[in-house]
Design a protein around this ligand. Structure first.
Ligand SMILES: Cc1cc2nc3c(=O)[nH]c(=O)nc-3n(C[C@H](O)[C@H](O)[C@H](O)COP(=O)(O)O)c2cc1C
Length: 235
């Protein structure tokens, strides 16, 4: 059993994953990371099969992940922005976690600590943060910190991104711009289309690690079931 669990509903080895991994590494503690990429997580069917014991009965990859969530003391959950919301896979996961985990006022995730990691092609992860916040609050997870970073539109690697007028690349660069590695956003290369960004805004690795440090401190100083919880902010 590990105390700290990271879960990404983004693509394998892309920006959401790198952001979560940076937070996890920043804790300086043992952790486990799970990517939902390639996993089958069906949405809630509202079948009421969870009413008896507060466990979802649908048999897919949700089960192994939620089991680890029940065992962890802290959950770092990250998701990408799809159509101005958390992506569907993230929603599917939390629909089931929150619906199964509430019948008769039994909340199996209550009192755990949570960190929210949001990624968006534009850099505005607020809609994703709002979605995850709502689920965390419903589940009784105490939110320690939230972070949003710019991710890499899939259009950067689709092969047509630089001349597709409706893709994500033209949101950032003039049509026809040759895509080079340095043009592609990543955790350490935020908003590459913008000149003269301060280092700490260009490279968010240390900021993400700092969040892990904070999570670690909170884990050491707070008990999971405490009633009052104060958010610690990064200086
Ligand atoms: C179906 C889909 C819809 C998307 N919608 C938005 C959007 O509304 N706003 C935005 O900023 N980015 C949007 N994106 C871009 C993703 O947020 C971005 O590619 C992010 O880096 C994905 O995270 P990942 O790299 O960890 O998979 C969308 C991507 C996909 C595939």
């Amino acid at each position: 059993m590990v105390e700290i669990l990271g879960v990404s509903s983004g693509r394998d080895s892309k920006v959401t994953e790198s952001l979560i991994r940076a937070i996890l590494e920043g804790t300086g503690k043992a952790y486990e990371f799970i990517s939902l990429s390639g996993k089958l997580i069906r949405p809630c069917e509202a079948c009421n099969g969870c009413v008896g014991n507060n466990r979802c009965i649908l048999d897919d990859d949700f089960q192994e992940v939620i089991e680890k969530c029940y065992q962890a003391k802290a959950i770092v959950f990250g998701a990408p922005n799809h159509w101005d919301h958390m992506n569907a896979k993230g929603h599917a996961f939390w629909e089931r976690a929150c619906f199964s985990g509430r019948h008769n006022s039994v909340f199996p995730l209550e009192g755990k600590l949570g960190v929210i990691a949001a990624v968006a092609g534009t850099g505005n992860g607020q809609p994703v943060i709002d979605d995850i916040e709502a689920y965390f609050e419903d589940a009784g997870i105490h939110i320690v910190e939230e972070i949003s970073v710019q991710g890499e539109y899939a259009c950067f690697t689709c092969g047509h991104g630089n001349h597709c007028p409706v893709g994500g690349v033209v949101d950032m660069y003039p049509l026809g711009t040759v895509i080079k590695p340095e043009n592609i956003p990543s955790l350490i290369n935020q908003h590459p289309d913008k000149q003269n960004l301060p280092d700490e805004e260009r490279n968010r690795l240390n900021y993400a690690r700092k969040m892990g440090e904070i999570l670690s401190k909170v884990l050491e100083t707070k008990t999971a079931k405490q009633e009052k919880f104060t958010r610690i902010t990064i200086e």
